[in-house]
Design a protein around this ligand. Structure first.
Ligand SMILES: N[C@@H](CCC(=O)N[C@@H](CS)C(=O)NCC(=O)O)C(=O)O
Length: 203
């Protein structure tokens, strides 16, 4: 199966796909869509993805859009067992965090980073509030759990990691959330993990 990933190098959502592909040893071509010059809203890319967003993945079965949809597709197709469990309850546990990534992290930390790194206007106070609330929740969860779900690094950790490891680019101080900081450091030590530029910095 050949894959083509439409992405953008600074995009944490694109990076999630790269991380899973590398864990699964999947070969993939990448096409860069330059979000800075608006290529994602031009007709050529809108014909591929009408949502005008990256990432999008061209597969032999058709185009898949949205980082979380792509992760679930790849994990269930190539990583049954380790990356996508059989049990509906375990799948639901992963989905709890995939949803946290798509909602709280997307409209919180990722939004703050978009503002500070790319200069895009956002509802700043709202994004800050969402980030503070969600980091408080996450810190509490991680005070009782080594990984987000179960006993090893999973798709839940993978999808939440990039934007949280880039908190410094969002100009958000994680010092009041020591369990989140320790979890980020743990994730970065997982064998086979792929870090994007900026993720190496201490959280
Ligand atoms: N829910 C989508 C969000 C994708 C997203 O927001 N992508 C950003 C880049 S990281 C983008 O393409 N932004 C341009 C836009 O929304 O117009 C996902 O998880 O893939």
């Amino acid at each position: 199966m050949t894959y083509t990933l439409f992405g953008f190098p600074p995009s944490g959502n694109t990076h999630k796909i790269r991380m899973l592909m590398n864990f699964l040893n999947i070969e993939c071509d990448e096409v860069n869509i330059n979000l800075k010059n608006g290529e994602h809203k031009q007709a050529a890319f809108l014909a591929i993805n009408p949502r005008g967003q990256v990432p999008a993945l061209q597969t032999s079965e058709g185009l898949i859009i949205d980082s979380h949809a792509i992760l679930v597709y790849l994990a269930s197709l190539h990583g049954k067992g380790k990356w996508w469990p059989e049990s509906p309850l375990e799948q639901a546990r992963l989905m709890e965090w995939i949803s946290f990534s798509a909602n709280e992290i997307h409209s919180g930390m990722a939004s703050l980073r978009k503002h500070h790194r790319l200069g895009i206007p956002i509802a700043f106070e709202h994004a800050l509030q969402v980030t503070e609330n969600s980091m408080r929740l996450l810190d509490k969860h991680l005070s009782m759990n080594y990984w987000l779900v179960g006993t090893e690094f999973s798709l839940a950790d993978l999808c939440c990691l990039p934007y949280l490891a880039l908190a410094h680019e969002a100009q958000f101080d994680l010092t009041p959330f020591p369990n989140v900081q320790a979890w980020i450091a743990r994730c970065k030590q997982v064998p086979g993990i792929t870090l994007m530029p900026g993720m190496q910095a201490p959280a």
